[in-house]
Design a protein around this ligand. Structure first.
Ligand code: DX5
Ligand code: ZN
Length: 227
């Protein structure tokens, strides 16, 4: 079962001196979920933003907020990110040895629970949690920075996840993150993806609102080719 297509602007690429205005632009383009990247300088080399910024964003938008935890020991922060306003929270497979417990913890906090795969991590490592996860996030760049180039191998993973979803009659959302733009969004959609994170292509464009609409239309066209 596939889900409604969503373009998720990634705030990492927004102008932080004008976060409110940046969010208003993508809302005007029809975005209803924002992607919020949390980096700790340990799981990934960089440090991005955390709880106080999430709380501020929560106050100025009615969008859902999708929190992507690129941190070690993510289970320690689930409750805090939920309390600060996260509607969905994803943790990396590579950072979560007790993935089953962590996904359950996210769900019991009231948020949707996602699991993320780095480009080097195969889909089959998730066999035993796919029945539990609300969504699976496929990284199409190595996490840590915005503005990187899409790694085509991610398409195969999206296809695999869509196939498994049909075969096992599961209903997780498939999300992609990294290097998504007008040149590849239709093809990713055709592979079976539902949610598309887009940072640089949206916020560094002349009109983020128009870009969100364009990406959505292109993803729709790809979806129509999905058998
Ligand atoms: C990368 C982050 C992404 C990033 C995507 O580690 O997880 O969400 O913001 O940015 P773009 O769309 O610029 O690749
Ligand atoms: Zn992300």
């Amino acid at each position: 079962m596939s889900h409604e297509i969503q373009i998720l602007p990634s705030l990492l690429a927004a102008d932080f001196t004008r976060l409110g205005e940046e969010i208003a632009k993508v809302e005007a383009g029809g975005a209803s979920i924002l992607h919020f990247d949390v980096m700790d300088g340990r799981f990934v080399p960089s440090i991005s933003m955390g709880l106080p910024v999430l709380e501020a964003v929560r106050r100025i938008t009615t969008c859902q907020i999708d929190v992507h935890l690129m941190i070690v020991e993510p289970e320690r922060y689930v409750e805090a990110f939920r309390a600060a306003g996260a509607d969905s929270i994803s943790v990396h497979q590579e950072a979560s040895p007790h993935l089953h417990r962590t996904l359950s913890l996210i769900q019991s906090s009231g948020a949707k629970a996602g699991v993320v795969l780095n480009p080097a991590t195969p889909v089959h490592t998730l066999d035993d949690v796919l029945g539990l996860a609300d969504f699976v996030l496929v990284m199409s760049v190595n996490p840590g920075y915005g503005g990187q180039k899409f790694i085509p191998g991610a398409l195969h993973k999206v296809r695999q996840l869509d196939q498994i979803r049909r075969q096992r009659n599961l209903s997780y959302v498939i999300e992609i993150d990294g290097g998504v733009d007008q040149t590849n969004v239709a093809e990713i959609s055709e592979a079976g993806c539902d949610w598309f994170v887009a940072g640089t292509s949206v916020f560094r464009s002349e009109s983020p609102a128009t870009t969100v609409r364009e990406l959505h239309a292109l993803a729709d066209s790809g979806r129509q080719l999905l058998a």
